[in-house]
Design a protein around this ligand. Sequence first.
Ligand code: SF4
Length: 244
Amino acid sequence: MFSLPVTEIFSSIQGEGPYVGVRQIFLRLPNCNLTCPYCDTETNIPLQFRMETVPGSRHFNKLNNPVSLEKLLELLLQTYDFSLHHSLSVTGGEPLLWANELQVLLPLLREKRLKIYLETNGTLPDQLLQVLPWVDVISMDIKLPFGGQAFWDVHEPFLRYGLQKEVFVKIVVNTETTPQDLKDARDLIARVDSSIVTILQPVTKTHDIITPKPYQLLEWQNLFLEKLINVRVIPQTHVFMGQL
Ligand code: SF4
């Protein structure tokens, strides 16, 4: 059976997007194909992953990487009551880098009546197709261009494939976001389906990152509402709740 390296596993509250507030089991996987300037996630493969056995306790068991899918399934079943959770959030890093392994794991979890919520940077459309039959909700980032790279060519087919399931789009915005990049993102979504729920997520303030001004967020929401039906501004809420 396959094995998989894991970063961490915990049960907590979804802090982003339209599902904010629901209870989820989080399975964070390492590695990423992007290097976003505002990234706050450790993406290297750790020798051991951590698993919070009592939610909110901040007591973690350390387990060796990689873990067999059989063992991972057993750990999840033994530790968490699936019926109390909305879904399993498969997050990263970029979880679709592990599409071969997820193709095996996700059907086993769905057999146990756990829905699958995929958090992805939306740049790997072929890998999305590999796991799509077992995904219930797709939280897709649209990454605005950075470092001379743009991702429109892969975002558009990704979003079209995502329409086969429930999909929403999240765009992180900061003080340096340009109206042209936002228009390009808006037009891409409108070409696919103007009713797709679109979240503008102001970047979370840290010591060296400044969050957008109130007037900027309102102007940018207006810009999206010119072509899209359902546009919401939602910050990362788990941060100010002290949740993982
Ligand atoms: S896609 Fe996500 S995990 Fe990857 S670099 Fe960007 S913010 Fe970090």
